[in-house]
Design a protein around this ligand. Structure first.
Ligand code: GCB
Length: 599
């Protein structure tokens, strides 16, 4: 196990670097929430980290969390009692007007009291921090994490004190060409501690992770594994699904690992009946409960089979943009609004673009019966030749899959979006696809590719990346970036692959309430006309097994500046950021409802 190998001795205190394997299902563990107000220091020059010659400050700077020793102490790097605060979880951009456009470093500090219990281990867990976080506990550096949309943790069993403790986090959301995503994207770079923060408390030997899913192709055989972490690696572990009367007991090996299989009479999870079961995993020293649905997902030729039957994916893409209030999604209330809108539109499928969304979204999709496309931010022009960039992307992929590998809703892991053709890119994404299959062989692998015209009337689906995918995603903007809406009437699609395709983006922009004739750009009528011409074209594609319109709701974006129209929002939403439905919404809704009724 990596856990022990990764053990570091920092200042004589045992703690662990970030690659400690993530604690599965943190909300189901004993934990202390560290959500709420945190003190902050806005530090555009990173003066809390670097000295005047740009060397890292020896004693850790603001991370050392020092207080002035007396009235004559001139200490500048300190959180004074009157420091301003930000709410966690939450992006900083939408909490203070002066931070709307801010990109750089903000330091967070939070004090809490703790009473240590013998025989327990503690993990400081972050749902996400965008983009780079350096974490300190009681003045000592625990480590850093890169990537804005996935969880990370540090073991702090030895570093927590009885009584007062202080966590300091340097969060830096500067964009870089060698980051994942790179510097150019099409969404707002919301910075900060954007998701929950918790102190997780588990027994010395605990159930670190478990995978409880149907065996590929079977509707009544569950095949999974469990992994313990801690000194007592060999234990009996029972897996129970009380409602179905199924259970099994296995013994973990010297690595704390055991595979198991059990037969169970189960009602399959589906959009029509999103049945979830209580599942308990019980070791001798720990137990954890989850709610898990069971379904299969496969392809057969150009079809997608859900629970063995062909399914057509009536979908919409969603950004993690909070309805009504703007900002990053972090709450159940946000997730409920977005996913209810998708349901009302007639969807059975959502593409959670372009990065892993908060776990509240995938858990709610499980409950509401929405199939999910989940994606890492390998977006546009990533540095394909840079091994460090690959390592970063692979780690984000691993964190995404690890967090959500028990969610019935998730059927696709998406490796990338709209990446430029080339050998280095092919190698990079093919390696990610191989890694995804190694981590989870039960789901389908996809990526959103760009269309290629074989002739003016034919789009040929032939991206060489297709060899490494189970399902081809294709983003096309016929009628918006690509010709007038009526162009769609003249286009047909062909493919070189005996594989299903999903049109993973299509659409056009309109400002809600802006009206004109259907040839007038930015009006609701123009956008509706794009949809009117898209639908018949999409219906003619024999290997099309689903679509996700771009996009459910308008979202903030610094690249979209037209005054009075965009005002720094991407206006391709079917619904405005204020919840108003545009004309195109009703066109797609009527189509999806007719598809659902025809089933
Ligand atoms: C795309 C991108 C998406 C953009 C969208 C647009 O192809 O995948 O991130 O927001 O187009 O609106 O241009």
């Amino acid at each position: 196990m990596k856990t022990l190998a990764a053990m570091l001795l920092i200042g004589g205190v045992a703690c662990y670097s970030q690659d400690t394997a993530l604690v599965q299902n943190p909300s189901a563990r004993r934990n202390l929430s560290l959500n709420g107000p945190w003190k902050i220091i806005v530090d555009p020059y990173e003066a809390g980290y670097y000295d005047f010659h740009l060397n890292p400050i020896r004693d850790g700077g603001l991370g050392a969390n020092k207080s002035p020793a007396g009235k004559s102490d001139r200490l500048e790097l300190t959180f004074l009692p009157n420091a301003p605060t930000l709410q966690v979880p939450g992006d900083w951009n939408t909490q203070k007007p002066e931070l709307l456009w801010y990109e750089g470093t903000i330091w967070y500090q939070r004090e809490f009291n703790y009473v240590k219990k013998p025989g327990r281990r503690l993990f400081l867990w972050f749902g996400a921090a965008n983009y780079q976080a350096i974490v300190y506990l009681n003045g000592q550096k625990l480590g850093r994490h890169e990537g804005g949309f996935t969880p990370f943790q540090f073991e702090v069993t030895g570093a927590i004190r009885d009584g007062a403790n202080a966590v300091v986090v340097k969060v830096d959301d500067q964009r870089h060409p060698d980051a994942v995503p790179p510097a150019m994207t099409d969404w707002w770079n919301y910075g900060g501690l954007t998701r929950d923060v918790k102190l997780i408390d588990v027994p010395e030997t605990f159930i670190q992770d478990y995978f409880v899913q149907l065996a590929k192709g079977s509707l009544n055989r569950i095949a999974g594994w469990v992994r313990l972490d801690g000194p007592r690696k060999r234990q009996k572990v029972a897996v129970h699904i009380p409602e179905s009367g199924a259970s099994t007991t296995v013994e973990t090996d010297d690595n704390g690992f055991a595979r198991f299989a059990l037969d169970a009479a189960l009602t399959p999870w589906s959009p029509e009946n999103p049945k979830l079961y209580d599942v308990s995993v019980e070791a001798e020293s720990d137990r954890v409960h989850d709610r898990i649905g069971f379904r299969t997902i496969e392809t057969s030729g150009q079809k997608i089979l859900l629970n063995g039957k062909p399914v057509f994916l009536r979908g919409v893409s969603i950004h993690a943009e909070a309805p009504f209030r703007a900002g990053r999604v972090f709450s159940e209330a946000d997730a409920r609004v977005l996913l209810t809108w998708a349901r009302e539109l007639g969807c059975n499928f959502v593409r959670l673009a372009h990065y892993p969304h908060d776990e509240v979204m995938t858990r709610m999709a499980d409950q509401m019966g929405l199939l999910v496309w989940s994606e890492i931010p390998v977006y546009w022009a990533v540095q394909w030749q840079n091994p460090a960039v690959y390592a970063n992307a692979e780690r984000q992929l691993t964190e995404m899959i690890t967090r959500d590998h028990n969610r019935a809703s998730i059927i696709f892991w998406s490796m990338a979006n709209e990446t430029p053709l080339g050998d280095a890119r092919l190698k990079f994404i093919a390696a990610l696809a191989a890694k995804a299959r190694e981590l989870d062989s039960t789901r389908l692998i996809t990526a959103a590719t760009l269309p290629h015209y074989a002739d003016p009337a034919t789009i040929m689906v032939d991206d060489p990346l297709g060899q490494h995918l189970d399902v081809l995603g294709c983003n096309e903007y016929i009628g918006w970036y690509d010709g007038p809406p009526a162009k769609a009437d003249t286009i047909s699609f062909r493919t070189v692959y005996d594989k299903p395709m999903v049109v993973s983006e299509f659409g056009g922009a309109a400002a809600f309430g802006r009206h004109g004739d259907e040839d007038t750009a930015w009006t609701e009528e123009f956008q509706a006309n794009v949809y009117r011409h898209q639908i018949p074209m999409l219906r003619r594609i024999p290997f099309l097994q689903g679509m996700t319109a771009w996009i459910l709701m308008d979202f903030r974006c610094p690249r979209r500046f037209l005054p009075g129209i965009q005002d720094y929002y991407n206006r391709k939403g079917l619904i405005s950021d204020r919840g108003e439905k545009k004309q195109a919404y009703y066109i797609l809704r009527d189509y999806y409802q007719s598809l659902a009724a025809a089933k």
